[in-house]
Design a protein around this ligand. Sequence first.
Ligand code: ATP
Length: 199
Amino acid sequence: MQLVSMEIDGFKSFAHKTTIKFQPGMTGIIGPNGSGKSNVIEALRWVMGEQSAKTLRGGKMVDVIFNGSKDHHPLNRAVVKMTLDNSDHYLQSQYSEITVTRKLYRNGDSEYLINDHRVRLKDIVDLFINSGIGRESFSIISQGRVAEIFNGQPSDRRRIIETVAGVAKYKQNKTTAEKKLQETAERLDRVNDIVVELE
Ligand code: ATP
């Protein structure tokens, strides 16, 4: 699976539709301060379903829509498309090439599409789940996140390592199973009480 291209239109500093082709050998994006390098990465995070405006350095989600500059009026919608080569079917999908699109309008309406079919946010999240990419993964580490990891409590760092190592989901499953066991034990106690009363 490989990221082939991205199309960014009306997202943050991208007032005009911009296509970035990730050709073999491309390893970085360079540019002057404030030219939009981080916005490219945020567009990637956003199209994969990011729901936190704060993670995208905004107050509200509509802040990602281009809000005007001295030469361009503000826009009413942001669109980001990401195309992946999935010929190895690394992502569990019938498609060999997958284009994920996210659109957001200033009135708050949003749309998600996979290969031009309208889908739910959950479908996008499910597409990337357990793939090592996606909104929750550590395949994208922002500058702020690096400092957060270094300055965090040992317990926070441990949680991150567990997430990366894939242990976190088993811990969560264990907690859920323990809760169910406890509920079952409580129900059993109640049944025993009723049996005693009836005898
Ligand atoms: P640095 O090298 O300093 O980290 P950078 O190249 O990563 O910078 P970004 O942080 O990606 O740059 O882009 C910042 C620019 O994006 C700023 O000029 C900011 O005004 C612009 N910007 C952010 N959100 C919007 C928006 N909604 N509409 C228009 N411009 C925006």
